[in-house]
Design a protein around this ligand. Structure first.
Ligand SMILES: [Zn+2]
Ligand SMILES: [Zn+2]
Length: 322
């Protein structure tokens, strides 16, 4: 049995452990992970957002090293993280993200990517075009999550859109919107983070200083107070899109939603193919979002660092591990 190191989440604690190299099951291929990204969801999972124990991590790029059909061997790939049962009405409609029996890479009943190898169903894979670097490709999943907003909600290009929150998700969402035709206003708290958005031509402002009202608020605060903040700046009959996955609960005055006829939309994972296409066509400045790249041997520190103030994106490099 071949043993490999992996970052394992167990009862709210992450540690580097040796585990057997994953074996592929029906329909799966084995991927040698190159780079993995730490995302807010990983940090929330450590805080107990969803009960899970096993290899953490879901944002990655890697190369297929074992494919029983030998069609994908050698290809650089990223993966859709939702693995549907294939049989239910959601899966049959192509909405496996909502399959009640789904597994989710590194989140629900499926070992994730903070390890040198991961087994993923071939149907979940997308080949990465040559023009995209590994450091850009690792952002495919979060870029797709940002694109999901405009898949779900029709946002006229002329509308006033505010992105609330200048963390990983907020910045990426503002970037994706700005590069696809909208003019979002990024509202945050950290001048150093917002400067990175300004460098990409995005208008920013300290959240508390903004007194206006907008047609759409995209809530990316990662805080249980995000919805309350969004309600302060949404106009009557406006739409709030909730993107934060947080472990905590929130309390709001429901009557305000009713009285002001506010639309509330939850939004999660998005389509990978258009995300890859966007990364390939437009310069999103993704590499500039990376603060530091850690080797897997320092993975525990990488997760620690990712939770620090002012940090945007921490990557973990698996290439030294075998
Ligand atoms: Zn993520
Ligand atoms: Zn299903």
């Amino acid at each position: 049995m071949i043993l490999v190191k992996a970052l394992i989440l167990e009862q709210g604690k992450v540690s580097l452990q040796e585990i057997p190299r994953p074996r592929i099951e029906g329909g799966e291929v084995l991927i040698r992970v190159a780079l993995a990204g730490v995302c807010g969801t990983d940090l929330e999972m450590i805080r107990g957002y969803i009960p899970f124990s096993g290899v953490l991590g879901h944002e990655f790029v890697g190369t297929v090293v074992e494919d029983p059909r030998d069609e994908l061997t050698g290809h650089r790939v990223v993966a859709d993280i939702n693995i549907g049962c294939g049989d239910c009405c959601w899966c049959k409609k192509g909405l496996k993200n909502h399959c009640p029996g789904r597994k989710v890479l590194g989140i629900v009943h499926k070992a994730g990517v903070f390890a040198p190898f991961v087994a993923v169903p071939r149907n979940n894979l997308h080949c990465v075009p040559r023009g995209i670097s590994d450091q850009e490709a690792v952002f495919t999943e979060p870029v797709a999550a940002a694109l999901q907003i405009t898949e779900q909600v029709h946002i006229p290009l002329s509308s006033r859109v505010a992105v609330l929150g200048d963390g990983r998700l907020g910045l990426l969402t503002a970037l994706v919107l700005a590069k696809t035709g909208w003019r979002p206003l990024l509202l945050g708290h950290h001048p150093q983070k917002m400067e990175r958005a300004e460098n990409q031509g995005i208008e920013t402002m300290i959240a508390e200083e903004f007194k206006g009202q907008v047609d759409f608020v995209i809530e990316c605060t990662g805080s249980s107070r995000g919805l309350e903040q969004a309600l302060k700046i949404i106009r009557s009959r406006g739409t709030i899109i909730l993107k934060s996955s947080i472990a905590g609960n929130t309390e709001i005055k429901m009557a305000e939603l009713v009285r002001r006829e506010i639309n509330l939309v939850g939004s999660r994972c998005g389509p990978l193919a258009p995300a890859l296409d966007l990364i390939n066509r437009r310069s999103l400045g993704l590499e500039e979002l990376v603060d530091e790249i850690y080797p897997l041997s320092l993975g525990e520190e990488a997760l620690e660092q990712a939770g620090q103030r002012g940090i945007l994106k921490i990557l973990i490099d698996m290439r030294d591990e075998d």
